[in-house]
Ligand binder design. Structure first.
Ligand code: MSP
Length: 667
């Protein structure tokens, strides 16, 4: 375990958001991930600086302002509070909110560009090429087949042809330096797949990067350019926010800058990796600053299999969601349900299911049972009512301190310790969904422990043993509440307060204290309200309907199945190790599939019209492996290969992008 007593500094950032409309659930997601990780480090006693903010310049904002009949500054001023209010509603505790229209940022960005020029890494030339305004990006490979209106290769929207005089950054000079840096920092980008994409992008050669724009006026004036009146390219100045937030370009702030830079973690979505992993480190190298230590790249929240975005019109309003379900339940759901390294589907029914089963049933109910039972026990023994002046309403309940526990209780204690270790590993890698899965294993184990001892029965014969069960359960709950605090700060503070403890993040390494906890302290319980209520779907039908209006269509089109139904189907990746035609059949191929630990199986597939046996050799594909065996033309088939027809009617194999171990189950 890597916990340490020395105070570490941890600087974490979110991308800064385009201010074209109020934030949606996708914007909340990046910010939430950063907040949870920042809080985790606070829990470890680290000194934490958490920067977020808004990206307010560029053509995209200017166009949105124009459409709203406002000046860009008035337009963005009017929207800022929507971001700040949403973050406050969700208990996002940032240290600094950077607006790129703030003077210190504009000055810092100009200073940054001046240093690039001083480093001899720039030159003037004409730029000619395609530009995508929604992405604010120069596009080297638009989808030209869509002419007369080529589309952006990233967002599929129209690109426009650009010809302007510009200042270039010699990015091409940084190919080897970047590759060396990646080699020396093998954990620079999580997840690994994204890192591999970046490496091959850089290996393919880099084009120089345009630093200035003459055809846009809403931006930060390019330093010393009175001739062209150009502005700094919006992405270049936006990236600078990570250093202007901590004093870059401001005299007297050098110490602060040195204290926090290089950033420990930039959190960002998969659509903006190249800017952070290629352009940003190269420019920092140019001015003699270290690149950030790590990037955590998350996937997209999707609704009906499409990225949630304003332009598609399938956005979910985080404020409405919070009003219906509460901030902490939504925080928990987003971190638990969406695997951080992949895209994840959002649905209200999944949200309600998680609240009901994980939060209300497994966690809230256990807390409630423990505090109310301990209270009832105390009432029965009338300890407090003998004290003069104490009303029954003040009655709380205590769980006495214990000096030692039996084997089973100690097992629970060791489980807490080993789970902390596991969670620490996941949190270090930003795998929030796995950390939560692990924590809820502990919640389940604590429930099992409590139920197996049946303290409500035990109390009739052995008060001492009952006290021990209550104490062990309360200690486990205290650990759970503390470890869950970064994810659900308000609810966990409430839970800890019901247990008679509190959350004091005062610079101590609370995680290490938890690991060393000897489980000796007593608890003075303060029973309170039920921690989580099961959502009463019918009560919220109206809101749910509005939020899910987009999902409804899909639900009508396809009849739904339960997770239990889905679990019945065993899906596995297998490698085709032999493939041959079958006499008397033009359709079938006889395949031998390696499923690793499951073994080698014969599977027949009707793809002979589309594939020669040879071209399938060595390929991986997805199979249903628990289908009842079937005899076709006298041959047994022990499963089914899954295929999807492409536009030309050819069945395509469902192969993983990167090879996985044969026999890997789909989850
Ligand atoms: N302004 C740039 C970032 C500059 S950082 C120096 C930008 N802004 S954005 O508003 O378009 O996106 C900000 C973040 O929100 C990105 O990390 C993006 O991936 C994330 N999300 C926007 N929609 C999203 C989803 N539907 N799901 C998850 N996150 C997504 O890019």
């Amino acid at each position: 375990m890597k916990t340490t007593t020395s105070k570490l500094h941890f600087y974490i950032t979110t991308p800064i958001y385009y201010v074209t409309a109020a934030p949606h659930l996708g914007s909340l997601y990046s910010t939430l991930v950063a907040d949870v990780i920042a809080r985790w480090h606070t829990l470890k006693g680290d000194a934490v600086f958490f920067a977020t903010g808004t990206d307010e310049h560029g053509q995209k904002i200017a166009q949105a302002a124009h459409a709203a009949n406002k000046t860009p500054q008035d337009f963005t001023d009017g929207l800022i509070s929507k971001f700040q209010d949403t973050w406050q509603l969700y208990d996002i505790e940032y240290s600094k909110f950077v607006r790129t229209t703030d003077q210190y940022h504009m000055h810092g960005a100009q200073e940054f560009v001046k240093q690039l020029i001083a480093a001899g890494d720039t030159y003037q030339a004409a730029y000619e090429g395609w530009y995508c305004t929604p992405c604010e990006t120069f596009i080297s490979n638009p989808k030209l087949e869509c002419e007369p209106e080529p589309l952006c290769s990233s967002c599929d929207r129209k690109v426009s042809w650009l010809t302007e005089q510009t200042v270039f950054f010699k990015l091409s000079n940084y190919q080897n330096k970047l590759l060396d840096f990646y080699r020396a920092n093998p954990h620079f980008i999580t997840p690994k797949e994204r890192f591999n994409e970046v490496i091959s992008f850089v290996q393919d050669g880099l084009k120089d990067l345009s630093l200035s724009r003459t055809s846009v006026s809403w931006g930060i004036p390019f330093p010393d350019d009175s001739v062209h009146n150009s502005v700094i390219y919006v992405w270049v100045e936006a990236l600078c926010n990570y250093i202007t937030a901590i004093g870059f370009g401001k005299s007297g702030k050098e110490q602060e800058l040195n204290r926090w830079w290089p950033a420990d973690l930039h959190v960002l979505g998969k659509d903006i990796v190249r800017f952070h992993a290629v352009y940003w480190p190269a420019m920092l190298m140019s001015i003699g600053m270290e690149p950030p230590k790590r990037l955590l790249v998350h996937g997209w929240i999707k609704v009906n299999q499409q990225k949630m975005s304003k332009s598609i019109g399938n956005v979910i309003d985080p404020i409405q969601l919070c009003q219906t379900y509460g901030a902490d339940a939504v925080r928990y759901f987003l971190c638990r349900q969406i695997p951080i390294n992949q895209d994840g589907e959002f649905s209200i029914s999944d949200l309600e299911q998680r609240i009901s089963s994980d939060l209300a049933n497994d966690l809230g109910n256990l807390l409630n049972r423990v505090v109310t039972f301990a209270k009832a026990l105390n009432e029965e023994s009338n300890i407090f009512t003998e004290l003069p002046g104490l009303e029954l309403a003040d009655f709380t309940g205590t769980i006495e301190s214990q000096s030692h526990f039996d084997r089973q209780s100690n097992k629970l204690r060791y489980l807490v310790t080993s789970i902390i270790d596991e969670i620490e590993g996941y949190m270090r890698d930003g795998m929030l969904h796995l950390a939560l899965a692990c924590l809820f294993k502990l919640v389940k184990a604590t429930n099992t422990y409590y139920n197996e001892f049946e303290p409500w029965k035990l109390a009739k014969t052995d008060k001492n043993a009952t006290s021990k069960v209550l104490a062990a359960t309360a200690h486990a709950l205290q650990a759970i509440g503390t470890l869950l605090w970064p994810f659900m700060p308000k609810k966990m503070e409430e839970m800890l307060s019901q247990l008679g403890t509190s959350m004091n993040v005062d610079g101590r390494n609370i995680i290490m204290e938890l690991t060393c906890n000897r489980w000796t302290s007593p608890f003075s319980l303060k029973p309170g309200e039920q921690l989580f209520k099961k959502p009463e779907s019918h009560k919220h039908k109206k809101q749910t309907k509005a939020i899910e209006s987009h999902s409804e269509q899909t639900i009508k089109l396809n009849s739904t199945i339960t997770i239990e139904d889905l679990n019945k189907v065993e899906l596995c990746v297998g490698t085709i190790i032999s493939s041959e035609s079958i006499p008397n059949s033009n359709k079938l191929l006889r395949l031998m599939i390696d499923f690793g630990p499951i073994g080698i199986r014969q599977i027949l597939s009707g793809i002979a019209p589309h594939y020669s046996p040879l071209e399938l050799l060595g390929r991986q594909a997805l199979f249903v492996v628990n289908l009842k065996p079937r005899k076709i033309l006298g041959l047994e088939s022990y499963g089914m290969m899954l295929l999807a027809q492409d536009n030309n009617g050819k069945p395509q194999l469902m192969s993983p992008i990167l090879p996985v171990a044969p026999g890997t189950h789909l989850r």
